[in-house]
Design a protein around this ligand. Structure first.
Ligand code: G6P
Length: 464
């Protein structure tokens, strides 16, 4: 079997299955970001095809060698839905939902991480670079280093890394840190995440941590350096600009506004249906503004896209019920025959429709209670080629570190959020333009190819 000089390891493969059994590239930012690198290096991608029990041989797809990992139905339950999304996800998002610590889930997580590490070890050529992605695979770096000391290993953490006081709840905290320290470079979204990780390393292992790296002692008495640093991820901004320039998409944006009854203000929320996103807080603020009479359904409509996610995990099932109850109540109280308060869509849409929505929205609401980055905020900004529209951005989203010209909000402060929404609704065009131009400069100057380039440069430097 041919081996690759560059291997990406992620929970998911970069492809989705068509209805007719064929494959198409998945729409995610990571896939777009790495596509040029994968092509140039004839790289391999190790990941799960997203269905339980699906056994597939490795295959080539658009210049990338794909190595599918099979997960049994039990493993999907224990490793993916359980440990990844019912233990690590809530714990790392500041315990917004209660993490469950179950030993059978941990055992499955260890087993599946080992399987990913073994498949990566098989796919990688001598001296190759392997880039492990995200919280589902935190043990892979150290496992892989043990199997293949010749490799250069990077890890990028797409979600927050919590403060030590929370992280220390994890019964397997030492194993997780050891797993991550198997990498040469551990990348985070925010400077604060890298700081939290370094602190956890100090508290658990007493290793020296400096800006230049963490000194990890080895059995033979020598040391290794592990760089833990922030590399904020971004989007393929140019592709959003191209879509926003398309006459058919601009026409679709107008059509969307018309079909909502041409309210003065269209507000938009776009999220995976996840308790980290602060959707309930947003609905509460909007509902109260209608109740107070500061907004009316003739003036303002909120379009809320909540794409289905992790639908078998209890916290997500509950959240969906709560959101749908709230939407029903608000619409029941305030809708008229011609106007709706909230147009709620529990669906996923193609990028074209998303850009039309971004162009149709006067106010974009990003009210996450905790979020690694929030790429929706960046997509909205990139799409606004007309330099109009207002972004409300939670200070608890990683994007807040870069997007200082957004209206910053604390989603827990409902009164503050209501005032911020009114400020956005009433913001004069000149101020919108000034803010949007600054936001756009940042997103266009730091797109996703800069992100992968700077991470991979740090990794190449670690190799020398
Ligand atoms: C977040 C995570 C990703 C994950 C995505 C979708 O962005 O950082 O690793 O792939 O959510 O979640 P899912 O569970 O459907 O892969």
């Amino acid at each position: 079997m041919s081996q690759a000089d560059f291997v990406v390891v992620a929970n998911r493969l970069p492809v989705d299955r068509d209805d007719d059994g064929g494959w198409r590239r998945s729409p995610g930012g990571l896939v777009t970001a790495l596509e040029p690198v994968m092509r140039k290096t004839e790289g391999a991608w190790v990941g799960w095809a997203g269905k339980p029990g699906l056994e597939l041989e490795p295959f080539d797809f658009e210049g990338t060698h794909l190595v599918p990992i099979t997960l049994s139905a039990d493993e999907v339950q224990n490793y993916y839905e359980g440990f990844s999304n019912d233990t690590i996800w809530p714990l790392y998002h500041d315990v917004i939902a209660a993490p469950r610590y179950r030993r059978v889930w941990w055992d499955a997580y260890v087993d599946v991480n080992r399987r990913f590490a073994e498949a990566s070890a098989t796919a990688a050529a001598e001296g190759a670079t392997v880039w492990v992605q995200d919280y589902q695979l935190q043990l892979v770096p150290a496992m892989l280093r043990r199997m293949r000391p010749d490799l250069t290993i990077g890890y990028f953490h797409h979600i927050p890394f919590p403060a030590y006081g929370l992280f220390s709840q994890l019964p397997w905290r030492r194993q997780v840190i050891e797993g991550l320290l198997g990498a040469d470079v551990v990348g985070f979204q925010r400077v604060a995440d890298a700081g939290n990780f370094a602190r956890a390393v100090r508290r658990q292992f007493h290793y020296t941590t400096k800006a230049s790296g963490i000194t990890v002692p080895l059995e033979d008495g020598s040391t290794r350096n592990v760089l833990a640093k922030a590399y904020p991820i971004s989007i393929d901004a140019e592709s959003y600009i191209e879509l926003a320039q398309r006459p058919d998409i601009q026409a679709r944006a107008k059509e969307i506004r018309e079909s909502l009854g041409n309210p003065k203000t269209v507000m938009l929320g776009v999220d995976r249906l996840d308790y980290t996103k602060g959707i309930r807080h947003r609905l509460k603020a909007f509902g109260e503004l209608l109740e107070d009479g500061r907004l009316s359904v003739e003036d303002a409509t909120l379009v809320q896209v909540a794409s289905p996610s992790r639908e078998r995990v209890e916290a997500y099932i509950q959240l969906r019920d709560e959101i749908e109850l709230t939407v029903g109540r608000i619409n029941g109280d305030f809708d008229t025959m011609d106007h709706t308060a909230i147009r709620y869509l529990h669906q996923a849409f193609p990028r074209e429709e998303m850009v039309a929505l971004y162009l149709a929205a006067d106010v974009m609401l990003v009210t996450a209670l905790r979020d690694g980055m929030n790429l929706v905020a960046k997509e909205y900004v990139a799409s606004r080629i007309d330099n109009r529209g207002v972004l409300l951005l939670s200070e608890f989203a990683g994007a807040a570190d870069e997007l200082g010209s957004a209206i910053r909000i604390n989603p827990h402060d409902i009164d503050g959020m209501k005032d911020a929404i009114m400020r956005a609704v009433e913001m004069p065009g000149t101020e919108q333009g000034r803010r949007m131009r600054t936001l756009r400069r940042r997103v266009l100057d730091h797109d996703v190819s800069d992100w992968s380039k700077s991470f991979l440069e740090a990794l190449a430097a670690a190799k020398r």
